[in-house]
Design a protein around this ligand. Structure first.
Ligand SMILES: [Zn+2]
Ligand SMILES: [Zn+2]
Length: 331
């Protein structure tokens, strides 16, 4: 019932304050895009050189796939946007589920962020979450991707014979991330408004210590507006090639799985930011953290040990051992 108790603590502020912040955000993001346009070319030129001959490898692979599916563009599109991302989602999540339910391999539990939680995960709670996850994936994400195919096809064939250049694919991924950050941050914050929280977003927050699967454990409306729309919008607006869209969907699913997995593992992006959102509710609404910094919605997070641990772990010592919690009062 923690979610209910926290409802009234959800973000509340006057419209003027919010509008000021939005203007500030627009200015900073606009400047960021200008900088990217100015220096992006030389940066990606170096990356393209580094990429080198392997570009041909991907083009050959794509040509074979393209010829095998000639005349069946829709099937090719669903292979790239449904089948591949679904496999990309379940492979790491099956491994994580194994660890969450069995506590094995035992070394992984040393990396748990909320040390005393999900040790092991409650089977009844997990079963109920699993039903929602499967429903959201197959009955909401699936049909939505069919809609995306038709909308994208109107503005051109997303399955053209030539892959985009490395240059362009990278630029597109950067633009997708910006679009996702903006749409996710504001829709997520709106779902924390007292008028929406209880009905739509509380379900996702039942898990104050999340596990990987919980990334798509949400009310159907939240799943469509906050999880799906910010992700599918970028490729639709840019009319992207299927290969880039497929890669983007996989990257997003991995990133959100890591954000929810509850383990701060070596050499993977830090999940501390979103884990803190599940623990405390009123901070850390975005994906990248840029808008949280601008709106000051990371102010509490920045005073915590979790913030000190919010780095890429490049060694094997768990961060809650190298940066331990402050001793509790009276100890
Ligand atoms: Zn979450
Ligand atoms: Zn939330």
């Amino acid at each position: 019932m923690r979610g209910a108790a926290m409802t009234n603590r959800s973000i509340q502020e006057g419209p003027a304050g919010l509008w000021d912040s939005v203007k500030k955000a627009a200015f900073v993001i606009g400047s960021g895009i200008l900088l990217l346009a100015a220096f992006g070319n030389s940066l990606t030129w170096h990356l393209q050189r580094f990429w080198g001959a392997s570009g041909d490898f991907w083009q050959n692979l794509w040509t074979r796939l393209y010829l095998a599916y000639e005349g069946h563009d829709a099937s090719l599109f669903y292979l790239g946007t449904m089948l591949i991302p679904t496999v990309a989602f379940w492979v790491p999540n099956s491994l994580l589920l194994w660890a969450d339910t069995t506590g094995k391999p035992s070394f992984i539990t040393r990396y748990r962020i909320q040390v005393d939680k999900n040790n092991p995960v409650d089977p009844a709670k997990l079963r109920s979450a699993m039903k929602t996850v499967v429903f959201n994936l197959f009955f909401l994400s699936g049909p939505m991707v069919v809609g995306v195919y038709h909308l994208t096809s109107w503005r051109g064939n997303p399955c053209g014979p030539e892959l985009p250049t490395f240059h362009w694919a990278l630029t597109e991924l950067a633009i997708f991330s910006i679009i996702e950050e903006i749409m996710f941050y504001y829709s997520h914050r709106l779902f924390h408004h007292p008028s929406f929280y209880k009905h739509y977003h509380k379900q996702h927050h039942e898990w104050t210590a999340p596990i990987g699967l919980i990334c798509i454990y949400a009310h159907p409306l939240e799943h469509v507006i906050s999880n799906m729309l910010p992700v599918v919008m970028g490729p639709m607006v840019l009319g992207s090639h299927l290969a880039t869209t497929s890669l983007w969907y996989c990257l997003v699913l991995w990133s959100t799985t890591i954000s929810h997995c509850g383990y701060h593992l070596p050499f993977l992006p830090s999940p501390e930011f979103h884990d803190f959102h599940h623990l405390r509710f009123t901070n850390c609404f975005g994906v990248l953290g840029v808008l949280d910094r601008l709106h000051g919605t990371d102010s509490k997070f920045r005073q915590t040990k979790q913030y000190e641990r919010h780095v890429l772990l490049t060694g094997l010592t768990p961060l809650n051992e190298s940066i331990p919690d402050a001793p509790k009062k009276g100890q």
